[in-house]
Ligand binder design. Structure first.
Ligand code: DX5
Ligand code: ZN
Length: 218
């Protein structure tokens, strides 16, 4: 199984609803929504209002990636807006276990995102709470960056770590996923592929998503 999650960060925001519907029609599995606060990452994007707008545009799974400081204060708003998955950054959560418990208490699936420099040991004692682990393969903050190669070994190690722990958490990779990197990330063990610029910067989303899927089936 391959899950393709277009990141709307690279969508045309003058036509957000149409863009979401277009990737749905093109065969996307999830919609990835990047929330940035200008503190945890050097960029500001959008908040719950965009999650709520995506919810009205599609029935696809809404996968919310919180790149924000002190996420606990905001998690209930994103749950209410219709998030199916909420991922917090380990680096932004001094009480990561509590943050994950909060997400789950709201009936939302819980994920942890790890920056490129953050070791897998950051999730060692919360594995039982995880529905998803997001491996950042770029430094978070912007779309269109180059894939960081050391993410591949990290994904492979994560895959072993999860199977040793009998966890069925989904391995998601985010950043620089495109036709050139798709095969390698699949081989490393990822199941869910976030792609922003590689999809929204092409004219035919259906063709692009089909190509990505073919590369992951190899
Ligand atoms: C980066 C975001 C990504 C971004 C990916 O901080 O988390 O989801 O949109 O963009 P691409 O696929 O263009 O690297
Ligand atoms: Zn993201």
């Amino acid at each position: 199984m391959t899950l393709i999650a277009p990141s709307v960060l690279s969508a045309d925001f003058t036509r957000l609803g149409e863009e979401v519907k277009a990737v749905e029609k093109a065969g996307a599995d999830w919609i990835h929504i990047d929330v940035m606060d200008g503190q945890f990452v050097p960029n500001i994007s959008y908040g719950p209002i965009v999650v709520e707008a995506c919810k009205r545009a599609t029935d696809l799974v809404l996968d919310v990636h919180l790149m924000i400081e002190t996420p606990d204060a905001r998690i209930p708003d994103f749950a209410k807006a219709g998030a199916d998955y909420i991922s917090v950054h380990a680096e932004a959560c001094p009480h990561l276990h509590r943050s994950l418990q909060l997400i789950k208490s709201l009936g939302v699936k819980a994920g942890v995102a790890l920056n490129p420099a953050t070791p897998l040991s950051a999730i060692e004692y919360v594995i039982d709470l995880l529905d998803l682990v997001l491996i950042m393969s770029v430094n978070p903050g912007f779309g269109g960056q180059k894939f960081i190669d050391s993410s591949l070994n990290k994904i492979t190690a994560l895959s072993e770590m999860l199977s040793d722990a009998c966890s069925d958490a989904i391995i998601q990779v985010d950043g620089g996923v495109n036709n050139d990197t798709m095969e390698a990330v699949t081989r490393a063990g990822a199941l869910c592929f976030v792609a922003g610029s590689a999809i929204f910067n092409t004219p035919d989303y259906g063709k692009t998503i089909a190509e990505l899927r073919t590369l992951s089936d190899k």
